[in-house]
Design a protein around this ligand. Structure first.
Ligand code: COA
Length: 258
């Protein structure tokens, strides 16, 4: 059974769906391996924008598979955490923009998967949380590192220490999600945004993503230097000539991704 589905749309948007609905799309080793493989394949033939979602309207991803984890030795748990870091890391390091369409439960590993995306759009019924400590474990798919970077250490610690679930609207006030949309519309909204991004110069968008990511890692002076280099680099692309030329000629640009 395909635990992960990838669909390529005609506007340069690919949708990766975690497809284990009967277990609320929870992540076991097989799912993580398929996510990893799907992301490796997508690197070979990249879309302009990638959307990540969970099958059905009830759950994005309800976390790591607790029944499977309950059987793991410490070494198996280490391997499982590392596999998740590899899979989620491929998403995080994806050169193209990524959008999580959060259509329900985003708990534990689900929240961590969403955190590895550039943008999160949540349906009103989405619930976010890190229930790991209620199980006697801690977030092992990147949550302790990515959550504080996004929402700050205070909110991250409150969420991770309490294990409390929060609704989409509260998640928005924490900057955990960009936008909240009506129930059942997260994927539609994510695709619309993805198509809007995909219509822009793809090389420019990829380099803009790299430049914004750089801001997380380096001091301002180094970051500005990197920005100037990326800016200059784009002037050697056909897309930049096309984009600026189209403005001057008063016509729509047709970007080729070169
Ligand atoms: N791991 C393994 N199985 C899970 C799961 C998970 N994280 N989340 C849901 N499931 C399974 C349930 O065991 C159930 O399987 P079954 O039908 O074979 O019994 C099925 O998915 C449906 O879940 P259910 O609990 O019946 O749905 P619900 O609507 O009553 O509750 C949740 C939904 C999300 C509140 C509840 O499933 C839950 O708390 N899941 C665990 C969330 C979690 O702690 N995640 C972090 C793990 S580190």
């Amino acid at each position: 059974m395909d635990l992960v589905k990838v669909e390529h749309g005609d506007k340069g948007v690919a949708v990766l769906t975690i497809n284990r609905q009967e277990k609320l799309n929870s992540l076991n080793q097989q799912v993580l391996e398929q996510v990893k493989q799907a992301l490796i394949d997508l690197k070979e033939d990249p879309p302009r924008v990638m959307v990540v979602t969970g099958a059905g309207d009830k759950s994005f991803v309800a976390g790591a598979d607790i029944a499977a984890m309950n059987e793991m030795s410490p070494l198996e748990a280490k391997r499982f955490s590392e596999l998740s870091h590899e899979a989620v890391g491929l998403l995080d390091r994806s050169l193209v923009p990524t959008i999580a369409a959060v259509n329900g439960f985003a708990l534990g590993g689900g929240c961590e998967l969403a955190l590895a995306c550039d943008i999160r759009i949540a349906a009103e019924n989405a619930l976010f949380g890190f229930p790991e400590v209620t199980l006697g474990i801690l977030p092992g798919m990147g949550g302790t590192q990515r959550l504080p970077r996004l929402v700050g250490p205070g909110i991250a610690k409150e969420m991770i220490f309490s294990g409390r679930r929060i609704k989409a609207e509260e998640a928005r006030t924490f900057n955990l999600v960009n936008r909240v949309v009506p129930e059942g519309e997260a994927l539609k909204a994510a695709k619309e945004l993805a198509e809007e991004i995909a219509a822009n110069g793809p090389v420019a968008v990829r380099h803009a993503k790299a430049a914004v990511n750089k801001a997380q890692d380096v001091d301002l002076v180094s970051g500005l230097e990197y920005e100037a280099d990326q800016f200059a680099l784009l002037f050697g692309t056909e897309d930049a000539r096309e984009g600026m030329g189209a403005f001057v000629d008063r016509r729509d640009a047709e970007f080729k991704g070169r």
